[in-house]
Design a protein around this ligand. Structure first.
Ligand SMILES: [Zn+2]
Length: 273
């Protein structure tokens, strides 16, 4: 079974049901849908209730950080208790778009880390042009939280990140010709920390670059990264699945039977393609 560890079905143009069934046909048995504000986090949870393959993370993206009100916090806390909510985020810093003062972004980031700790959930990190401050905040505030670096972009900090035990999720941009540093990082990441994602509708893998991304296309990133690491797609898929179940305990709990489909079962039938 393939897993898309980070996506935005609600930003894709196509119908969610079609995207999910196309993904299933490509062997994708789990899709982790990321919220970026309260409304989209609520929609993410609704999708996770509707489709057994879909799980949600809830939070305010750093580009939306300044919009997090007391009401938003109460809303996130209500969602965090939901069994289909498997992580907090995406959160972090975005100094590229720079929509909000850095102190505001930091307050909201730290709030998410506290929320993750209180609910025993992993935190999904977005970081752009902010490596130093992201790693500093995580060092101070995330000692006892599972950290997932989504759309990994810090190959120059790989050693330190591996030492800290953060999960490292590569998106479709790892397949781009000029992404040499990222490709070296994807080859060097310890097997037990490696995740793969689409971040759809963005970052379409190179073969279809220019068209919108979709969860089914994570299969291309699996093929590319398996070749980089000198392994098979099946072995890579088994490793990533193990990592997702460890990093996201509520996915493991759901797949242990609550929602009626088991790891390695029917949902995995297409993974060998
Ligand atoms: Zn995202």
């Amino acid at each position: 079974m393939l897993i898309d560890s980070h996506t935005h079905l609600d930003h894709c143009r196509e119908d969610t049901g079609i995207l999910v069934s196309d993904a299933a046909a490509a062997g994708v048995g789990v899709i982790i849908q990321s919220g970026i504000d309260l409304g989209r986090s609520q929609r993410s949870v609704a999708m996770a209730e509707q489709f057994p393959q879909v799980f949600a993370t809830v939070g305010f993206h750093p580009q939306e950080a300044g919009l997090l009100t007391d009401e938003g916090q109460a809303g996130l806390e209500a969602l965090a208790a939901h069994p289909r909510v498997v992580g907090i985020g995406e959160t972090g810093f975005d100094f590229f778009h720079d929509n909000w003062p850095h102190d505001v972004q930091e307050d909201v980031f730290v709030y998410h880390l506290d929320l993750a700790r209180r609910f025993g959930l992993p935190v999904v990190i977005h970081t752009r042009d902010a490596a130093e401050r992201t790693l500093a905040v995580l060092e101070t505030h995330a000692a006892d939280v599972t950290v997932v670096l989504h759309c990994f972009s810090l190959p120059e900090r790989l050693t330190e990140i591996v030492e800290r035990g953060y999960y490292i999720s590569f998106a479709g941009n790892v397949t781009y010709k000029n992404a040499v540093a990222l490709q070296e990082a994807a080859a060097a990441t310890p097997a037990g920390l490696l995740l793969l994602e689409t971040d759809a509708p963005w970052l379409t893998p190179v073969a279809l670059r220019g068209r919108p991304n979709r969860p089914a296309l994570v299969a291309q990133t699996y093929e590319f990264v398996a070749a980089l690491r000198g392994t098979t797609v099946d072995d890579l898929a088994a490793q990533v699945e193990e990592n997702v179940l460890r990093a996201f305990p509520r996915v493991a709990a759901a797949m242990a039977g609550t929602y009626g489909f088991a790891a390695g079962g029917a949902a995995g039938a297409g993974a060998a393609q």
